[in-house]
Write a protein that binds this ligand. Structure first.
Ligand SMILES: CNc1ncnc2c1ncn2[C@@H]1O[C@H](COP(=O)(O)O)[C@@H](O)[C@H]1O
Length: 355
């Protein structure tokens, strides 16, 4: 019997999952967005704060700035973080890595450290309230903000990691048209030396400079504990004489790729679902993890991303069950957490009704 879309959606919702690529400021729900608009006297139309159709990627960066202007106080950071955790727990995500660029907002007295500590407080509160989800933080480096800011982010991340292990790594993100990722290589090497893991947005654009910087970064960082954010055009490199070594490097080093289907479609970096690079890497047995990127801004959910992959690439329920267990290998949490989750996933999966 062929499953209906509704059955598939239910299955994807019930499946225990991990989310490894979620930016705090783009992961709001409409309910949270309303609260943030109210508390900041925002006059924006709520419908203008998320994408229902596709737009060139530059439009996303404009929208991010608008949303960030609504998250200006520790209270805003707390509300946003706490509600994201509750929403992910509700859709059976058992492990979440939340990334964010710490902000210094003089008008509210919020420093970068207070910003991150507020995220940690919301995580600890969710833990003590019994939400069945483990949450970790990646401190984001915005490539538009330069090297000095990047170094501050690494210092802060190390300090907080050493306090309670909720911060586990660094995210490198921001507008891929701006700056050169290769300039940040010394920062990545230093962060890894301090035991921070690295999630790096790379090969997000089909442009010479994007390939060039990706090659330079990976040549020097491929043996560090890293994952690649998006990596949308890595498989194109495979077919290009000049860059073919790039995809081979990613493949031979088994560097996990965070794949965000709806985000790529809505930013017009991938033109149709069937051509999404998730399939290219999955077919090669390479670690590729489905993620939502910004479930608020792209009007999606992690379950929806699983549903899209399942229906477009004809994955069976068993394949998807095996797949989610495989995603645990790529988390930045400790080996104990990995083992705990592996046991939990196996148990939950055995009770998951087939649809
Ligand atoms: C679409 N693909 C993308 N490529 C690169 N960076 C992205 C991104 N999507 C989001 N960000 C990064 O995340 C920030 C928003 O969350 P936070 O304020 O840090 O919580 C953006 O300003 C950008 O730096």
């Amino acid at each position: 019997m062929k499953m209906s879309d509704l059955d598939l959606q239910k299955f994807c919702h019930r499946l225990p999952k991990v989310e490894l690529h979620a930016h705090l400021n783009t992961t709001y729900s409409l309910r949270t967005l309303r609260l943030l608009l109210e508390s900041n006297n925002g006059s924006e139309n709520i419908e203008d704060m998320y994408f229902t159709t596709s737009h060139p990627i530059a439009e996303s960066f404009k929208l991010f700035t608008k949303i960030q202007s609504l998250v200006t106080t520790p209270e805003d950071v707390y509300i946003l973080t706490k509600s994201i955790i509750e929403e992910y727990a509700e859709e059976n995500v058992k492990y979440l890595e939340l990334r964010s660029t710490p902000k210094h907002i003089p008008s509210s007295g919020m420093t970068k450290e207070v910003y991150l500590r507020t995220m940690i407080e919301a995580i600890k509160d969710s833990e003590s309230e019994g939400y069945p989800i483990i949450v970790r933080i990646l401190v984001s480096i915005d490539r538009r903000q330069g090297l000095e800011n990047a170094r501050v982010a690494v210092d802060l991340a190390e300090k907080l990691m050493n306090e309670d292990n909720i911060v586990v790594g660094i995210d490198f993100s921001g507008d891929p048209e701006v700056g050169d990722a290769a300039d940040y290589i010394p920062v990545f090497l230093d962060a890894a030396k301090r035991k921070l893991k690295l999630a790096l947005h790379l090969a997000e654009l089909n442009k010479e400079h994007s390939f060039q910087e990706t090659v330079k970064v990976l040549e020097q960082c491929c043996d560090l504990p890293i994952r690649i954010g998006h990596g949308t055009f890595l498989h194109h490199a495979q077919q290009n004489d000049k860059w073919s070594a790039l995809a081979n490097l990613v493949y031979t080093k088994k560097i996990p790729i965070e794949a965000c289907i709806t985000s790529n479609l809505k930013t017009e970096t991938v033109h149709c679902l069937e051509q999404h690079h998730f399939k290219y890497w999955k077919d090669r047995g390479h670690p590729v993890i489905l993620c939502a990127d910004g479930k608020g801004v792209y009007n999606t959910s992690l379950s929806q991303e699983y549903f899209l992959a399942m229906s477009a690439f004809q994955l069976t329920q068993q394949e998807l069950k095996d797949y989610v267990v495989g995603t645990l290998d790529s988390i930045f949490g400790s080996d104990e957490i990995k083992e705990e989750l592996r046991t939990e996933f196996t148990t939950l999966m055995s009770t998951l009704p087939s649809v």
